[in-house]
Ligand binder design. Structure first.
Ligand SMILES: [Zn+2]
Length: 155
């Protein structure tokens, strides 16, 4: 620090920046989102070489790097692999979500990978690893991952 700043109290200014952007989702993600929006179906890709099923779908198998993948239907039910609870509102939580917000890593039946999404219709203290959950689709679907509103416990 140079002498000219000696004696000046260091200040921290907290703010937010908003950076709008858009990009082409690509043919694989486009098919995934359109099918989710129009048919309320969750689709993944299966590698024909190593047989792993990826959700979200991948154009190239991240395990063996082949492009030999095929589309497969994934169940809308699965298992909670892990979860976390946010008890304070912060910027990453959309305005339509109120705390406590529960995020779960959910491995849907038929997939070898897990996806991150909201768990709802359950109190945080009642969520357990290994519990069975089912997708609840949004009413006004727009072709985003939020076309799945959340996952709820299977009764
Ligand atoms: Zn593979």
């Amino acid at each position: 620090m140079s002498d000219q700043f000696k004696g000046i109290e260091p200040m921290v200014y907290n703010s937010k920046i908003n950076v709008p952007y858009s990009w082409w989702a690509g043919d694989t993600a486009s098919k995934f989102y359109i099918t989710l929006r129009d048919e309320k179906k969750i689709m993944g890709t299966k590698c024909t070489a190593c047989n792993k099923v990826f959700l979200p779908p991948r154009k190239v198998c991240p395990s063996c790097f082949t492009e030999n993948t095929q589309w497969v239907n994934i169940s809308d039910e699965g298992t909670v692999i892990t979860f976390t609870v946010a008890r304070r509102q912060f910027a990453a939580i959309p305005n339509d979500r109120k705390v406590p917000v529960i995020w779960g890593m959910i491995k849907l039946d038929g997939a070898d990978t897990a996806m991150l999404h909201y768990l709802d219709e359950i109190k945080p203290e009642n969520v357990t690893i290994g519990m069975r959950v089912k997708a609840v689709f949004s009413e006004g679907r727009k072709g985003t991952i939020r076309d799945i509103s959340h996952f709820k416990p299977v009764k």
